[in-house]
Ligand binder design. Structure first.
Ligand SMILES: *Cc1c(COP(=O)(O)O)cnc(C)c1O
Length: 531
């Protein structure tokens, strides 16, 4: 409401209150801020912005926070997020039982540590690490994993340059990545003082980094290339094999060997199961390290990621800390010290409970739903699809395979990115695609609308991430609601609608918000440049 912008709500509400003394007991009571006041024997106001002087009973606190959190969106209808939102009750029980364990206390909790180490072993095997020789660690998510992966590349490059007697400060290190990179990758560049070279993406490159363009950005100061398995915009995989082949050629020509770190935040737990013949992992010798988010398609609860290095030699020694306690020595190579053990337990629960075949079924299921949604949106005539998992590869006769056979379709994440067709936009020039986002929110759906990466940012997309907890019934309901929303927009695109929804250019919640772009453009220390 427009009024809210000018009026201080707290002040207004304060002025609405009568005298606060409670006549009979002479105690000050503000009935407003005590939910279920007549049930709980609680007489003290609960302040919003300061810690209360005296504590508040646990049942009252629970009720206040429980009710407030109901204002959040429903995680299962949050189709914006890659992060998994459901685990079976037995997994919840296991996590609750171990909520009080700190993973860093390796001596005190050797069993939790052992489960962590076995997760590393299982993931290394899944990613075809050479003869099980890999080394890795749990992280809080892919962001921490990417910081570590990038840092290892930087240190290794410094070692190489020093050995060759070359300057490591002038012009300094750079790292190459697609312009569609998730913000964590650009953060690595900025935080660790490496020039980020963003390879522009185009419609022709499917809005992901084209290795042929990336190779033009490398030189002897390139510490590595971040290759992204699964764009957050469209779910499209970058081509790790082609990137590696081009780097082989480059090495032959120049003698400079540039490693690859694969950002498999989402794809690392999709590709092995959905596309077992697709080559992207440690099978490619130039892949030095890989990260993935356990809490995305690893199907764990939020708070776990992984990074694995090809061999211990690929992890610089000075990133490894020895921890001495209780007379024993442990090793640590992550950014956080303390971290909860329970997300790692939830990871192991899923590995054991689902097994390879279970993960495969979940992935096929997600991908089949992504295909059905893509075809339904396309079939409506209102939308064009920018993601690719519904597009069959040219293999054999159509009809010999079904939606359960992911390998007959283009590789990608179970993501549907879509926008109004050009035709539709021409016929309805005043209709903002972003209104679909706010209209769908009224039905409870969270479907973001945001611009494509730099150089393509005049195109806005709506994006739906399909996860395990998205049932066929919900899929049907989503299609119904998207169509109803679009049709109601078509009907009501007059001024009254525009007034209630704010006319003019919508504010988008893109990764590169206006603020971000200004900060990057105006910041001479910025480490992200379009190359
Ligand atoms: C989600 C994501 C990240 C960041 O991962 P978190 O687990 O959220 O820290 C990095 N890269 C890509 C491609 C992602 O999808």
């Amino acid at each position: 409401m427009a009024l809210g912008r000018h009026i201080d709500v707290d002040k207004l509400m304060g002025e609405c209150k009568d005298h606060r003394a409670y006549k009979h007991s002479h105690e000050e009571v503000d009935m407003v801020d005590i939910p279920y006041a007549s049930r709980y024997d609680h007489k003290q106001e609960v302040p919003r912005y300061r810690m209360p002087q005296d504590g508040v009973g646990a049942d009252v606190v629970y009720q206040i926070l429980h009710d407030e959190l109901m204002l959040d969106g429903n995680p299962n209808m949050n189709l914006a997020s890659f992060v998994h939102t459901w685990v079976p009750p037995q997994c919840e029980k296991l996590m609750m039982e171990n909520l009080n364990k700190n993973l860093v206390d390796q001596d005190e909790y050797p069993a939790a540590q052992d489960i962590h180490d076995r997760c590393i072993s299982m993931i290394s095997h899944l990613w075809h690490s050479p003869a099980g020789s890999s080394i890795g660690t749990a992280t809080t998510g892919s962001s921490e994993a990417i910081m570590l992966g990038g840092l290892a590349l930087k240190r290794k490059w410094q070692e190489r340059m020093k050995k060759a007697g070359k300057d490591i400060h002038n012009p300094g290190p750079n790292i190459v990545m697609g312009a569609e990179a998730q913000v964590a990758l650009e953060k690595f560049a900025r935080y660790f003082e490496v020039e980020g070279r963003l390879v522009p993406v185009t419609k022709e490159s499917n809005y992901v980094m084209d290795p042929k363009e990336a190779i033009k950005c490398v030189d002897e100061n390139t510490i590595g290339i971040f290759v992204i398995l699964g764009s957050t915009y469209t779910g499209v995989f970058e081509n790790v094999q082609e990137m590696s082949d081009l780097l082989d050629e480059y090495e032959k020509k120049t003698g400079v060997s540039i490693p690859i770190h694969v950002d498999g935040a989402s794809g690392g737990f999709v590709a092995p199961f959905a596309y077992p013949d697709y080559v992207w992992d440690f099978k490619i010798p130039r892949v030095h390290s890989i990260n993935a988010s356990g809490h995305k398609y690893g199907l764990s609860t939020v708070g776990v990621g992984w990074i694995i290095w090809r061999t211990p030699d690929h992890l610089p020694k000075d990133l490894i800390f020895e921890l001495h306690y209780l007379g024993e020595t442990d090793y640590s190579f992550n950014l956080n010290f303390s971290r909860p053990a329970h997300p790692i337990l939830s990871q192991m629960f899923n590995f054991l409970n689902l097994g390879f075949e279970g993960y495969r079924r979940v992935n096929h299921n997600d991908l089949a739903k992504a295909r059905i949604l893509s075809r339904a949106l396309e079939g409506s005539g209102y939308f064009t699809i920018l993601s690719n998992v519904h597009i069959p590869k040219a293999v054999g006769e159509r009809g010999n395979w079904g939606d359960g056979d992911a390998e007959y379709y283009m590789e990608g994440l179970p993501v549907v990115s879509f926008r109004f067709t050009d035709e539709f936009r021409k016929q309805n020039p005043n209709l903002q695609q972003s209104w679909t986002q706010s209209q769908l929110r009224n039905y409870g759906w969270i479907v973001p609308n945001y611009p494509l990466p730099p150089a393509c940012e005049d195109v806005e997309i709506l994006r739906v991430v399909i996860r395990e907890s998205f049932s066929g019934d919900l899929l049907r309901k989503l299609v119904e609601d998207i169509l109803a929303t679009t049709e109601s927009l078509l009907k009501d695109q007059g001024p009254s609608y525009q007034m209630s929804h704010g006319a003019g250019k919508p504010k988008s919640k893109a990764k590169h918000s206006e603020l971000d772009k200004k900060a990057i453009a105006g910041n001479h220390n910025s480490n992200a440049n379009v190359c």
